[in-house]
Design a binder for this molecule. Structure first.
Ligand SMILES: [Zn+2]
Length: 273
């Protein structure tokens, strides 16, 4: 499969991106501290006004909250998100998340958390979706390596219970749950979003009003439907009409307009040509 041939190229891109990210992190450390304070104040005021309450059950407006400690919006990066590289980091079955990957998280009201740099656009997307009368629910977001490992182990146990021989349980589980280290959720840039009225993670999710809205509009906020039905052979992941990935507005626009996936977009990365 052509994916394998691309791998060294991706690794080069990845290395370059990591370097840029590290440099930018150093530069923006001071800005981040003050931005965190400002953002914390802003969202405290905002949530006081709207009177929203945190919950886990997935009620409306459940995802908007900054936790005090550790929450930050990197305003330095926010303005350059489209040209930045952190948003294009590739994690898939052939590209593990870098071991030293660090992420600054913003906690959502329902207990979920995302990379702080994509938080403002995520919140805007959720607000606009709700303004159109819909009820999106974020049911998965950032995961630690331990969490991904636990999910994978659970899946393995389940497939064995369902009759799969232990020797091939690993492979079978990996068809639906990413192996630890290869899940985009570990980046903090991926979200599973479902409709309040239909919360099953199956292909029928695509028929819900929330998914229809997201598929039409998410790119405007820098998010893409990461695993389209016709790209499974490239992404290595089955069709998931609920998994959205932040890539920044510029990339999302191109990916949406051309009907390509992230792997295909990176292959044509202008930076590389
Ligand atoms: Zn997902």
């Amino acid at each position: 499969m052509s994916v394998y041939n691309r791998s060294s190229r991706y690794e080069r891109i990845l290395r370059k991106k990591k370097k840029i990210l590290r440099r930018r992190r150093r530069l923006s450390a001071a800005v981040m501290a003050s931005a965190a304070m400002l953002a914390g104040m802003f969202f405290f005021i905002q949530s006081s006004i709207s009177g929203e309450k945190g919950n886990i059950g997935g009620e409306k407006n459940a995802d908007a909250a900054l936790s005090g400690a550790g929450a930050a919006v990197d305003s330095n990066d926010a303005g350059t998100a489209d040209s930045g590289e952190w948003n294009l980091i590739l994690v898939n079955p052939w590209h593990e998340i870098p071991e030293d990957y660090e992420v600054e998280l913003t906690e959502l009201k329902n207990g979920q958390a995302v990379d702080s740099r994509c938080y403002p656009e995520l919140q805007q997307m959720m607000d606009d979706c709700r303004a159109d009368g819909l009820n999106p629910v974020i049911c998965a977001s950032y995961r630690t390596m331990e969490k991904q490992q636990a999910l994978f182990n659970d899946k393995k146990r389940r497939v064995i219970r369902e009759g799969c021989p232990a020797s091939s349980a690993d492979e079978e589980a990996a068809k639906t749950v990413a192996r630890p280290g290869t899940s985009e959720h570990q980046l903090g840039l991926a979200l599973d979003i479902v409709d309040l009225d239909y919360q099953q993670l199956d292909t029928r999710q695509e028929e819900t009003p929330v998914q229809k809205w997201l598929m039409e509009n998410s790119w405007k906020y820098g998010f893409i439907l990461r695993y389209p039905t016709d790209k499974s052979n490239i992404t290595g992941i089955i069709y998931e009409p609920w998994h959205y990935r932040y890539v920044g507005k510029e990339a999302a626009k191109v990916i949406h307009e051309k009907g390509i996936c992230l792997e295909e977009y990176l292959e044509n990365d202008p930076e590389e040509s």
